[in-house]
Design a binder for this molecule. Structure first.
Ligand SMILES: Cc1cc2nc3c(=O)[nH]c(=O)nc-3n(C[C@H](O)[C@H](O)[C@H](O)COP(=O)(O)OP(=O)(O)OC[C@H]3O[C@@H](n4cnc5c(N)ncnc54)[C@H](O)[C@@H]3O)c2cc1C
Length: 481
């Protein structure tokens, strides 16, 4: 029998025995990429960043990467900021292409600009602002890519618009076989509709022709009301006041007073604007003390009440301040940054017809306060009807509720978030609404099909345009494959 002493004696010798028969260790570790959720670590075979490329160079490099990925039978996906939260920008064991900046040309007569898909919104605003223009629609933060914004078909505060795609005139896109196509409502219209909100599954977008609007100095108006009155007040303001340029709403979030108070904020141009507008600067809506209070809301109901008091009572009384359209849109996501690695911020977003908003509020009151996750914020937006995208978020005009949760990065936190999401989607789809796709992939497939009735047609078209499924990401695998 081998004793412990024998074992210790032969150990150093054993360590020198070459493992001829054993498989060799991998020479290099895999590259692991993640997204803004920090919950989607995904191994990729190759990660390439294409920075500040001129258009022709960008096309050539994309073609080369796609050719190589196809030859190696691996998937490919493009991304800019990877702020989507469920691996929508991550091709497992594939080629991940990060795009980082490119050219932008304005056509002031046509009020459009052609931008590289690789530009972020702050790049766009920085160029438009000194020439007196502003993006017609974009998200409420400026860190995101313009191409990505088209691929998720994002929306923001500008009214009375539909999602970003409704302000895009044309795109140019490299398909799986390397062909460069121009798509618009009149040229390759089917591809245009599939790629808008199509999460990069039809090709890599190179550039976009997008509408812009004059930059203006705006002043806010604040109105408090019960949430049951919000949808009517919001749509009435948007329908009847053509001077309205931007608008959003908020609701109280502490568990005790959950969704029992609402605030509507509307922006109109100031009556006597200065001859020269101030240059763009982040409005800094959440800086310093305000940011501390926002973060203190996690696990501390008192802070939720204090924040609501500041936002709904003190804010309106003391701000009254003017801000340009560009400054309101230039806010970076870092203003919301949280540093506790045991938690992560997860967004949800639901779209409901204004007539069903009361039922939506009731569903949220039933479900959200019981969850383990900390509910930090809800912002209400307007999204005009839009039938162009196949996966449309607004088959009728809708109110969007953007929700921010702070979730534990533990299995328990993840289970709670999955259950919460499933419950909310069931209630929202039961009233004819939908949920937004760039966040965690926690919906059931039947829920995806109910919220997006064209989901099966979308998947079938994908297989037609990309039969070898070169463009793949976690969302395709989870919801559509
Ligand atoms: C803090 C925060 C605030 C947000 N606010 C809003 C908001 O106000 N309104 C709203 O609608 N959404 C909002 N979102 C969601 C956001 O718009 C999306 O997550 C968006 O995708 C982020 O842009 P990105 O550059 O990080 O995209 P990425 O995550 O990099 O990419 C998103 C998708 O687009 C694809 N893609 C990117 N570039 C290309 C390309 N050139 N060609 C083909 N496919 C491409 C990717 O493969 C992926 O499927 C918010 C998200 C966060 C985290």
């Amino acid at each position: 029998m081998t004793t412990r002493r024998d074992f210790l004696r032969i150990l150093p010798a054993a360590a020198t025995i070459p493992f001829w028969g054993a498989p060799r260790a991998r020479a290099t570790q895999r590259i692991i990429l993640n997204d803004a959720s920090r919950l989607s670590p995904t191994p990729v075979a190759k990660h390439v960043t294409i920075a500040k490329a001129e258009t022709n160079d960008l096309i050539a490099r994309i073609r080369a990467e796609l050719k190589e990925a196809a030859a190696e039978h691996r998937p490919a996906a493009a991304s800019v900021a990877r702020h989507s939260m469920g691996g929508q920008s991550l091709p497992r064991d594939g080629t991940a292409i990060s795009l980082d900046g490119g050219p932008l040309e304005m056509d002031t007569a046509a009020k459009t600009y052609r931008t590289s898909a690789a530009n972020r919104w702050w790049d766009v605003i920085r160029i438009l602002d000194p020439r007196g223009f502003s993006p017609a629609v974009m998200q409420s933060n400026s860190d995101f890519g313009v191409g990505s914004t088209f691929c998720v078909n994002a929306h923001g505060w500008p009214v009375p618009h539909g999602p970003f795609g409704s302000t895009v005139r044309a795109i140019r896109m490299v398909l799986a076989d390397g062909t460069l196509v121009q798509c618009s409502r009149t040229e390759n219209a089917e591809l245009f509709s599939l790629a808008m909100g199509g999460y990069g599954l039809f090709g890599i977008i190179v550039d976009l022709d997008v509408e812009m609007t004059p930059n203006v100095l705006l002043e806010p108006r604040f109105e408090r009301m019960i949430p049951e009155k919000f949808a009517d007040a919001f749509t009435h303001a948007i329908d009847t006041d053509t001077s309205l340029a931007m608008a959003y709403g908020r609701m109280s979030v502490s568990r005790k007073t959950f969704f029992d108070d609402a605030l509507m904020v509307t922006y109109r141009p100031v009556t006597n604007p200065p001859a020269t507008l101030p240059p763009v600067a982040s409005a800094g809506k959440l800086t310093g003390f305000q940011n501390d209070i926002y973060r203190a809301q996690t696990g501390w109901e008192v802070a939720k009440g204090l924040r609501w008091f500041m936002e709904s009572r003190i804010g309106p009384a003391i701000t009254g301040s003017h801000a340009t359209r560009n400054s309101l849109m230039a806010e970076p996501v870092s203003n919301l940054a949280q540093n506790d690695l045991r938690r992560t911020d997860i967004l949800h977003e639901y779209f409901v017809a204004p007539e069903r908003f009361g039922e939506f509020v009731a569903a949220c009151r039933d479900i959200i306060p019981k969850s383990r996750a900390e509910f930090l914020n809800v912002t209400l937006r307007y999204v005009a009807e839009d039938h162009t995208p196949v996966l449309t978020i607004a088959p009728v005009r809708r109110i969007a509720a953007v929700m921010s949760f702070s979730q534990e990065t533990s299995p328990e936190g993840e289970i709670d978030m999955m259950q919460l999401t499933e419950a909310l989607i069931d209630r929202v789809t039961a009233i004819g609404g939908a949920f937004y796709l760039p966040y965690r992939l926690h919906a059931r497939r039947d829920q995806v099909e109910k919220a997006y009735p064209a989901a099966a047609a979308f998947a079938a078209a994908k297989r037609r345009y990309d039969p070898n499924l070169l463009f793949r990401n976690a969302m395709w695998d989870t919801y559509f494959a």
